[in-house]
Design a protein around this ligand. Structure first.
Ligand code: MLT
Length: 266
């Protein structure tokens, strides 16, 4: 199966972009984005079968009114791997995509061959963080995806991305604007309620790459480096000229980091 595939998953249907042949590389987007976050990575990596789903509530997937959780997202990914006949994949997640991968590791460890964690963290939300989720839920419900885009974009992108490559900002805004409010609210609740994944780190025993944009204000490089330090053998890299979205802000550098890592994982 190639191109855009639709996979039934409980009360939802998951839209998945599938490109290329070879071992599976599963690309899991963050919040509030969709598979298009991986635009550049979907086009590269010959020799890999690139699989980029839209999580439920995002992109072309269906957006049920409720029932969102990290466990649900992770189980949806298993439905995707099953439908594509993939026994185990290298999994790469950005931010919320990383939170989903931690849940995947807890629930379906045997389906994961190696891990790339971008701009994410293992800790659960703090009390303040949870309050912030409630505020964002209220903002989404009153102002829609546009209000969420206005609030988030200044922290998602590096100052130089915004000033020198306005097309990247426009692209990110488009992605956010096409995310249904039910999906936005569902994801915010799922992130608010996620558990601490720090206890997983010491026992991962898998090849792991941690990548963070040098000016990421949502998950700081120091936090990424500390997380990598807790994972035996993990590699850590920062991406200059990027904030929270290195795959889009610095696609060539990010793709090269992934490629160097992937060369040695199988
Ligand atoms: C994301 O990019 O997925 C979110 O910013 C993560 C978060 O808000 O914790």
């Amino acid at each position: 199966m190639k191109g855009m595939v639709r996979v039934p998953a409980g009360d939802a249907e998951i839209a998945v972009q599938v490109r290329g042949d070879g071992p599976a590389l599963l690309l899991v987007h963050g919040f509030p984005f969709d598979h298009a976050l991986w635009e550049h990575q979907l086009k590269t990596f010959p020799g890999w079968r690139r699989i980029a789903p839209d999580l439920r509530g995002a992109g072309n997937s269906s957006a049920p009114a409720d029932g969102y959780s990290m466990a649900r997202y992770a189980d949806d990914l298993i439905e995707v791997l099953n439908a594509l006949d993939v026994a185990a994949a290298v999994v790469c997640g950005l931010s919320m995509g990383g939170y989903v991968i931690f849940e995947l590791l807890r629930r379906h460890r045997s389906r994961v061959r190696a891990v790339i964690l971008c701009d994410t963290r293992a800790e659960a939300d703090s009390e303040e963080g949870r309050r912030g989720r409630e505020e964002m839920i209220a903002l989404a419900q009153s102002g829609g995806a546009a209000a969420v885009a206005d609030k988030m974009i200044p922290t998602l992108l590096a100052a130089e991305t915004r000033s020198e490559r306005p097309e990247v900002e426009a692209y990110v805004r488009e992605m956010i604007l096409r995310t249904p409010v039910t999906g936005i609210v569902g994801a915010l609740r799922a992130m608010r309620d996620r558990v601490d994944s720090t206890p997983l780190l010491a026992d991962l025993r898998l090849p792991v790459l941690v990548v963070v944009g040098e000016s990421d204000g949502i998950t700081a490089p120091e936090a990424g480096s500390a997380m990598a330090g807790k994972i035996k053998g993990a590699r850590f890299a920062t991406v200059t000229g990027a904030a929270h979205l290195p795959p889009l802000e610095q696609p060539f550098v990010t793709t090269r980091l992934f490629a160097d890592f992937l060369k040695n994982v199988l």
